[in-house]
Write a protein that binds this ligand. Structure first.
Ligand code: URA
Length: 420
């Protein structure tokens, strides 16, 4: 309704919910109003839940998803940078088992002439979170106010922090509702949730690692392609250059899963000794989003440049860099699982290993759970490797016999050896 210079929006919320329920579309103005009202508390959870379910069942077109993303992004602060600052770049992974890429990639990218303002999440369910892994470094602070974060970018070109209270509050509220209303799997809501947080970093370029497989959110490559297309479309329509890779997550990435164990493996990669799959994926992402050729990034992993940048990052955020080369979290029990026959490793199921790590205490079932930094699995054999009877297939790091006994049956099912 126009009244003089002002435009008032009259919204009858049940009508909007019914329209979406019946397969109709919402306008940008309606979506903006709904998200603003939800963030301020004027729109009650029961109406937002009903709307989320209608979106989950009916989907959204690309204009609606872009409007939803933009409204969620503007529900809080969008980072601001001084004029003339270097390009701001970041990566997002849809999450998997043993995925410690961010810990290697962020300092690696920051060795070039770019800024990497990385805001990451915590682990939930079977997929780990970068923040939990970083917090296993004694003293490492993942909370920082915006002005300190900006000063750190100016000084060393990178920060790795968690979402602050002011960034995308609408997403935090909506995610909590989705979690308890069966509406997590909606593609539209997933895209808006992921991109609103990343775009609040005010990026120039973003690279996405969209995973599929037993240890990923998306179970098939086709679903991952669809999600990647949706994420890319929103990013591009908001002026960000978005590249992506689609990667399988049927076995863990690298050879470890669990917070401190993964930091040790990331440290090895930053010192030029990382497992091949972790290093190759890191370089694939770096060359897609960074300002340097792949060979330069590969050299920076080998010649200590990336390692020095990581030490700067750890020290800048209060971490004790002296602990990086000796894992400070030692689990009381380390159980070796050996091959019972010779052959080729045919399966090392990421989903089952992720579940086992969750039972060991490496992950959270609810957002309020605490994680045990020490537990998890390492020395995980890779599929296609030849093993002899008695060789190590993986080692389990457990806090106690009870959690070990819960995890072992899953780990036994996770592994298959082809003796042909
Ligand atoms: N990650 C997010 O941040 N949000 C989702 O909805 C799914 C994955």
């Amino acid at each position: 309704v126009a009244c003089g210079e002002s435009v008032f929006v009259i919204v009858h919320v049940p009508t909007l919910i019914e329209r979406k329920r019946d397969g109709g579309t919402l306008t940008t103005v309606e979506i903006e109003w709904l998200i603003a009202a939800f963030t301020s508390g004027d729109l009650p959870d029961y109406q937002m839940s009903a709307l989320a379910m209608a979106i989950c069942c009916r989907g959204m077109n690309s204009d609606e998803i872009t409007a939803l993303t933009r409204a969620m992004m503007h529900s809080g602060r969008v980072l601001d940078y001084p004029a003339g600052s270097p390009p701001k770049i970041d990566k997002h992974s849809t999450g998997g088992i043993g995925d410690k890429v961010s810990i290697v990639l962020a300092p690696l990218l920051a060795c070039g002439n770019v800024w990497v303002p990385m805001i990451s999440g915590r682990g939930l369910g079977i997929t780990g979170g970068t923040l939990d892994k970083l917090e296993s470094i004694p003293g490492f602070r993942t909370a920082m106010d915006e002005s300190d974060a900006l000063r750190q970018l100016e000084r060393i070109g990178v920060f790795m922090i968690g979402q602050t209270a002011d960034i995308c509050p609408a997403d935090r509220k909506l995610y909590a509702l989705r979690d308890v209303t069966g509406t997590v799997p909606s593609q539209a809501l997933i895209i808006a949730s992921i991109m609103s947080k990343k775009l609040a970093e005010n990026l120039d370029r973003l690279v996405l690692d969209v995973k599929w497989g037993s240890g990923a959110f998306m179970k098939t490559a086709f679903e991952a392609e669809q999600l990647a297309a949706g994420l890319t479309n929103v990013g591009s329509s908001m002026g960000v250059q978005v590249a992506h890779v689609i990667t399988p997550m049927n076995e863990p990435l690298g050879r470890s899963s669990g917070n401190a164990l993964e930091v040790s493996e990331a440290v090895a990669a930053l010192q030029g000794n990382g497992p091949e799959d972790l290093v190759e994926l890191t370089l694939d992402l770096a060359e897609r989003v960074g300002d340097q050729p792949r060979e330069t990034y590969a050299n920076w992993l080998r010649d200590g440049t990336a390692w020095n940048k990581f030490i700067q990052l750890v020290e800048a955020q209060g971490g004790d860099a002296a602990t990086l080369e000796r894992n400070p979290h030692v689990a009381p029990i380390v159980r070796v699982i050996e091959a019972t026959q010779s052959g080729t490793v045919a399966k090392m199921d990421a989903g089952l290993i992720g579940h086992a790590c969750l039972l060991l205490g490496a992950g959270r079932r609810r957002t309020t759970d605490t994680v045990d930094f020490a537990v998890g699995c390492d020395r995980i054999a890779k599929t296609g490797e030849a093993v002899s009877a008695g060789d190590i297939l993986l080692r389990v790091h457990a806090r106690d016999e009870t959690s070990l006994a819960e995890a072992l049956p899953l780990l036994e099912r996770a592994v298959e050896i082809d003796s042909q």
